[in-house]
Design a protein. Structure first.
Length: 175
């Protein structure tokens, strides 16, 4: 049976990796964090890729990895926050018909990022100011693209992972 992937999009710290794992477990599918796969292939962290080769080189590698993952079946993909910003990646995501935008307020994202010990070491700042201002600035740019890309939008504010997984599976017609 044809079972295209489910793609989770959204800003950092909106729950993409945790939900990918839970959704895959529920469906009996595999899951992958695209950023972890990029790091595995590059042999370095995303922050190192940015520092050594620049953001354009990272985005090229990200687009290549995403094209490969999107061609697979029975896979839940936690995409990088900026992955949908590249047109060819966004279009490939849309062709799956199962793109879930995980949303949260800038303040919630900031709080979650500050409680995640890996964010600071593995993820580079994306603007000069960093912090809450960076989140607000990037969300302003990314939200229209996330909205355009998504099949469904799911607000993660104040919801536990099990409730979110239930909502996503139900809304995608997989529950």
């Amino acid at each position: 049976m044809n079972e295209p992937p489910i793609v989770l999009i959204g800003y950092r710290a909106t729950g993409k990796t945790s939900l990918a794992r839970l959704l895959a477990e529920r469906l009996g599918w595999q899951w992958i964090d695209a950023d972890v796969e990029i790091e595995r292939r590059a042999g370095k962290t995303i922050a190192q890729i940015f520092a050594e080769h620049g953001e354009p080189a990272f985005r090229d590698l990200e687009a290549s990895v995403m094209q490969e993952l999107l061609a697979r079946q029975r896979l839940v993909i936690a995409s990088g926050g900026g992955a949908p910003m590249r047109a060819e990646t966004r279009q490939a995501m849309q062709r799956t018909g199962r793109v879930v935008w995980l949303k949260a307020s800038p303040e919630t994202i900031y709080d979650r990022m500050n409680t995640d010990p890996t964010t600071g070491t593995r993820r580079p700042p994306l603007t000069a100011q960093g912090g809450l201002e960076e989140i607000r600035e990037l969300l302003a740019k990314r939200e229209p693209i996330y909205r355009q890309t998504a099949t469904i939008e799911v607000d993660t504010e104040g919801k536990d992972l099990v409730s979110l997984a239930d909502e996503i599976l139900h809304r995608l017609g997989l529950a």
